[in-house]
Write a protein that binds this ligand. Structure first.
Ligand code: ADP
Ligand code: MG
Length: 699
């Protein structure tokens, strides 16, 4: 045992209650924040830092610029006390340093007691605001110094961590605990291989942990952060690559679909010639199905690129080989649409539809024939996930619009068979780097080509000054026999929203009775009853309804070729991905189509979004732009269950680094796929822990 590991010394695995000042109350608060051990505390990084390396004089301080200064108390404004009934009771301290004076203000500061006595010296850190001829600091950080300047002053200087605080925890406590915890830093295990630290010029974990909490210099801090950013991405990359590799090896029991059912045979059943991209992806899918491991493939394709045909191809092969198939869609409307198109293409098959609107008797009948193996293909919504939905020989499972489902739902459906092949489809294009993180466990195919004859959708961003022109144009399109979508950001009228100029679907619907009088106009929104929504959609598809006023419920998957105009009101309220999806509802037939984005927003981001929409129709370009504008939050809204957190790494900023990290991870796993070498033991343990969830659900 090394001598530092003496009894009583803090170790990474020590519980935080061993730290001085952590009683039962504080312990509960720390644990609620996920901090149980000293190591957890070490890995809970500061939110930001106070740079006290340079101490300014009051004369040098600039309004709005946080900095450190040392000053003496000149007078304190009365007692720090609490007056019942008054919310904010100020307590004011006047301080000076010979170059100027400043007012320090605390509210409801009973806890300050008699700390600020005239003559005492303090180091403050804060951002001054000019107030009534004075410089004012509200709730600055402070630390008492000896009354005479001396050596002690230097100790208070430096770069200080600022921790994110949960209610009930104070910054000074967190600082003290972190500082104490640092004595355990030398014992923290290094996960990163030496050669990577060397090649990427990164500090060791022990050095980096110390430097990220109490850096000696800005450079040391930068190096420490770089190391942890690398570490986060590396753990993620190694874990995901392993999950994928294990899936490839392990599946002994997977179905090996016979080769004799070929893609060409399926393609002949289609009413159109598949695009080269569809053909390529279809062959990737068939190769997966014929392989002895289970398929786990994501098909990404822009709205209208024809993903359904690929799904049909997989079902065709499964059914032709004597298996059943399942196709799950996020909305009833979409499930019905798939049901109709599949029945048209496969008239000889038994294709059932199961949604929440099936009656008990219908449901019983469907489930019975499904279990008896009489149903070839079951199409439906979340209703497919219910426990009593049981297949006789489930061979392939397809999830459409995967981003609308959670990973656990995908897994749930898959578990209805014995290692069935899994295909998931999404119309939300994901930049490659992010796709690796989000779907690193899946193989990926991209349909990067549109069916022929599709014309670009003429897209215009206009202010409300042109609104009347837009609707006049809509009326002319309707007169030519076309149909239109009109989308609003909200359902109901509401005074506050009206005042801010926000349109509602209900308000627009009323307005359109006049503007588009003579044409059948209907309303569609998420608050309506299911049967009502279905009736409206059916009538719109049949051309009876000519203009559909709606909220974003129409975003997903609807295919009405005769619809040629999309008007989006308050376009600033929609994200780029949504705008792109909405526009994808038109331009599906051979007629010229139009998309109008109405917005009066002056927000730079909204303007940039509108500009992007008018400049490109390429979903991947739009996704990259979205990522740049909004960061990865949007994409991580659909984060997979079980993927470790990123505290410092930011995928939009570190996309390039991720490429290098992935290459390093691949190289490491090539030499030691299961990380069995003794030198990789710590890394293996860490990854097994981080990815425990993913392994348990057996992706
Ligand atoms: P998405 O990828 O958005 O799900 P769909 O599969 O719904 O797209 O296809 C959109 C429309 O394009 C459908 O009407 C479909 O029949 C049609 N389509 C798909 N592929 C082709 C093709 N190769 N040639 C012509 N039309 C096609
Ligand atoms: Mg689709």
């Amino acid at each position: 045992m090394p001598s530092e590991r003496a009894a009583g010394a803090l170790l990474p695995e020590s519980p935080v209650k061993n730290l001085a000042g952590v009683g039962p109350k504080k312990l509960a608060l720390l644990e609620a924040a996920g901090i149980r051990t000293v190591a957890d505390l070490l890995y809970a990084y500061p939110r930001t830092y106070e740079d006290r390396t340079r101490i300014l004089t009051l004369g040098e301080m600039q309004a709005g610029q946080p900095a450190a200064f040392v000053a003496q108390v000149l007078s304190a404004g009365g007692k720090a006390r609490y007056i019942p009934g008054r919310k904010k009771v100020p307590y004011t301290v006047l301080v000076g340093d010979g170059t100027g004076t400043a007012q320090i203000v605390f509210f409801n500061a009973t806890w300050l007691g008699n700390l600020f006595l005239p003559g005492r010296r303090f180091l403050f850190f804060g951002s001054p605001e000019p107030r009534f001829g004075h410089m004012q600091f509200v709730h600055p950080d402070f630390e008492r110094l000896p009354d005479e300047a001396g050596e002690e002053d230097a100790k208070a200087a430096g770069i200080l961590p600022v921790y994110p605080l949960k209610a009930g925890l104070a910054q000074r406590e967190m600082r003290r605990w972190h500082k104490d915890a640092l004595s355990a830093a030398p014992h923290v295990t290094e996960y990163l291989p030496d050669e990577i630290l060397g090649a990427r010029n990164l500090p060791t974990v022990q050095a980096a942990l110390t430097a990220i909490h109490y850096p000696d210099s800005r450079e040391a801090l930068k190096a420490a952060r770089a190391r942890f950013i690398y570490e986060e991405l590396f753990l993620l990359a190694v874990g995901l690559l392993q999950v994928r590799a294990r899936r490839t090896d392990a599946a002994v029991s997977a179905i090996k679909f016979p080769r004799k059912i070929k893609a060409e045979a399926f393609e002949k059943t289609l009413p159109f010639t598949p695009t080269a991209a569809q053909q390529r992806v279809l062959r990737e899918v068939y190769a997966d199905m014929e392989a002895p491991r289970p398929m786990n493939r994501l098909v990404q394709g822009d709205v209208g690129s024809g993903k359904t045909a690929v799904a049909m191809g997989a079902l065709f092969k499964a059914v032709g080989s004597g298996y059943q198939g399942a196709l799950m869609a996020p909305t009833e409307i979409l499930a019905r649409q798939h049901h109709a198109s599949l029945r048209a293409v496969f008239p000889q098959m038994s294709i059932a539809l199961l949604t929440a609107s099936a009656t008990a008797a219908q449901r019983r009948e469907i489930l019975a024939s499904l279990a008896a193996g009489e149903v070839d293909i079951l199409i439906g919504t979340h209703a497919l996930l219910q426990p009593d939905v049981a297949f006789a020989r489930l061979g392939v499972v397809i999830t459409d619009e995967q981003h609308r489902f959670g990973v656990s739902q995908r897994i749930n459906l898959k578990q209805k068979g014995k290692s069935p092949d899994v295909l998931v489809m999404t119309a939300t294009p994901i930049p490659r780097t992010l796709a690796f993180i989000l779907y690193g466990d899946l193989d990926m195919s991209v349909i990067d080509e549109m069916p022929p004859g599709r014309k670009p959708v003429m897209t215009k961003a206009l202010t409300s000054a042109r609104r009347d022109d837009v609707y006049e144009f809509v009326a002319r399109q309707l007169a030519e026999g076309r149909q239109a979508y009109i989308v609003a950001p909200r359902i109901e009228e509401d005074e506050a929203a009206d005042a801010s100029g926000l349109r509602s679907a209900e308000g627009l619907y009323a307005e359109m009775q006049g503007t588009l009088s003579g044409y059948e106009v209907a309303l569609l929104h998420g608050g309506m009853k299911r049967e009502e929504k279905e009736r409206v959609m059916e009538e719109f598809r049949d051309g009876k309804i000519r203009a559909l006023v709606s909220t974003v419920v129409i975003e997903v998957g609807i295919d009405v070729k005769n619809a040629t105009v999309m008007v989006i009101e308050n376009a600033e309220r929609f994200g780029l991905a949504q705008l792109h999806q909405l526009r994808g509802r038109v331009g599906r037939g051979s007629a010229e189509s139009y998309c109008f984005l109405l917005t009066d927003s002056k927000s730079e981001e909204a303007i940039e979004r509108a500009r992007t929409m008018t400049q490109t129709e390429n979903g991947f370009e739009i996704a990259e732009k979205d990522l740049a504008l909004r960061g990865p939050g949007e994409f991580f809204g659909v984060r997979q269950h079980g993927i470790p957190n990123l505290a410092l790494a930011d995928l939009s900023k570190h996309a390039k680094l991720l490429g290098k990290v992935k290459a390093d991870a691949e190289q490491l796993l090539k030499a030691d796929p299961e990380l069995l070498a003794p030198r990789n033991e710590a890394l293996r343990e860490r990854i097994d822990m981080l990815f425990a969830d993913v392994r348990d659900i057996g992706i």
